[in-house]
Design a protein. Structure first.
Length: 76
């Protein structure tokens, strides 16, 4: 078995942002942001990230990776 190189592990786990949420988004959706603090915004962003992972992320990832012609692994 080959040892895993640290550089490869770091490359594989490098994050690339997908999206964000801001108060203007809440306003666009019809909410008042007058009393929405940064902690609430952070909690909203976290909950939205969890919801996306639970409902659509993995399916979208597969579809869009195929669209970009990313090769499938022989491991699966």
């Amino acid at each position: 078995m080959r040892p895993i190189k640290i550089a490869q592990v770091e490359k594989n786990y490098k994050d690339f942002p997908i999206t964000s949420v801001c108060r203007a988004d809440l306003e666009q959706a019809g909410f008042s942001v007058a009393e929405v603090d940064d902690d609430t915004m952070s909690e909203l962003a976290s909950k939205m990230a969890n919801a996306y992972c639970d409902f659509g992320f993995w399916e979208d990832l597969k579809i869009l990776a195929e669209d970009l012609k990313i090769n499938k692994s022989d491991k699966n």
